[in-house]
Design a protein around this ligand. Structure first.
Ligand SMILES: [Zn+2]
Length: 319
């Protein structure tokens, strides 16, 4: 065995210092990065907390536009969203029962680009059925958006801004027609077309009737195919595919005015509420039919869809 010379040992030490130092510096820099800033961070909702919000709004009773229950719910939304950049979009709607004052609520969470992802729900309930409290129809998605607000408030994101919209006046006063329904979304789509906001909307996601304990989100035929596909990819990423798209059904809902204006839209709706939809638009639409798990699944899939849209992964599903 031949011992290595002294000069070689010094050279070896120099090489070691030169290669180890930059690696160490890199590691330290990585550790300093804030944990909340990553655009690809996967966020989750609390389904249990969303379910408590459903019970809170149901306790206000019937909540059609202009009702005392609706006024209480509006005060509740203001209190839950007081830390946010909340906008109230007031307007007068011509309805079969005369002119009715309505208010859309909009909460805005900044991103780093000029684009906007809209996540929406209606918060009014059906006026025409006595004792209808809309736990699932109106309540579930209203509550889920409040829980999404909690997540968006706490986690700074890169990519498009996210705007949460609670529409008023989705339900018909008499019978569902194009003129007697979706008052809030028709008003806001027209307003945003005029002021140029509509052009900035990269995706419009609507949730409606998503709290049913027996969750089966329909594949809506009026939604934009690439955005529907992206939601399915999000569900697949979270191993939640079996809750999505077993049934094809074209649905008329608050996404239609935005679809007509050329915005990519998707409606997440489970339109089988009880066997043969027996609980839909009846006084039996109460919180005991819902589950925290269903709210969790839809909330998490929406946030995963937002993540895919924010990291440029929607391009693969656009054909
Ligand atoms: Zn309804």
């Amino acid at each position: 065995m031949k011992p290595v010379g002294r000069g070689f040992v010094i050279w070896l030490m120099a090489v070691a210092v030169c290669t180890v130092q930059p690696a160490l510096a890199k590691k330290q820099a990585a550790a300093k990065k804030p944990a909340t800033a990553a655009s690809d961070e996967r966020l989750h909702v609390s389904g249990a907390r969303a379910l408590t919000y459903v019970k809170d709004v149901v306790a206000f009773g019937m909540r059609p536009p202009g009702s005392p229950g609706q006024a209480k719910q509006q005060a509740y939304l203001r209190s839950k969203l007081k830390a946010d950049n909340l906008e109230e979009d007031k307007f007068k709607a011509k309805t079969p029962v005369g002119e009715v004052e309505m208010t859309n609520f909009i909460a805005k969470y900044p991103g780093t680009t000029n684009d906007i992802i809209v996540i929406s729900s209606h918060y009014d309930t059906l006026p025409s059925v006595k004792n209808f409290v809309g736990a699932n129809d109106g309540g579930s998605s209203t509550a889920l958006l409040l829980e999404l607000a909690n997540q968006l408030r706490e986690h700074k994101r890169t990519g498009p801004a996210v705007w949460l919209v609670w529409f008023d006046g989705e339900e018909a006063f008499k019978t569902w027609t194009a003129d007697d329904s979706t008052y809030g979304s028709r008003h806001l789509a027209a307003k945003w077309q005029q002021d140029g906001t509509l052009k900035r909307i990269k995706a419009f996601i609507l949730a409606d009737m998503i709290g049913d304990a027996d969750l089966n989100v329909d594949h809506d035929g009026n939604s934009t195919p690439w955005l529907s596909d992206l939601v399915y990819k999000a569900a697949s990423n979270l191993s939640r595919k079996s809750y999505f798209y077993a049934k094809d059904a074209p649905v008329e809902d608050d996404h239609i005015p935005f679809a007509k204006a050329g915005v990519p839209v998707v409606d997440l709706i489970d339109f089988t509420y009880g066997y043969n939809n027996v609980f839909w638009h009846t006084p039996e639409d109460t919180p005991d039919k819902l589950s925290a798990n269903s709210l969790q699944i839809v909330g998490d899939v929406i946030l995963e869809t937002v993540r895919l849209l924010s990291t440029g992964q929607e391009t693969q599903s656009k054909k």
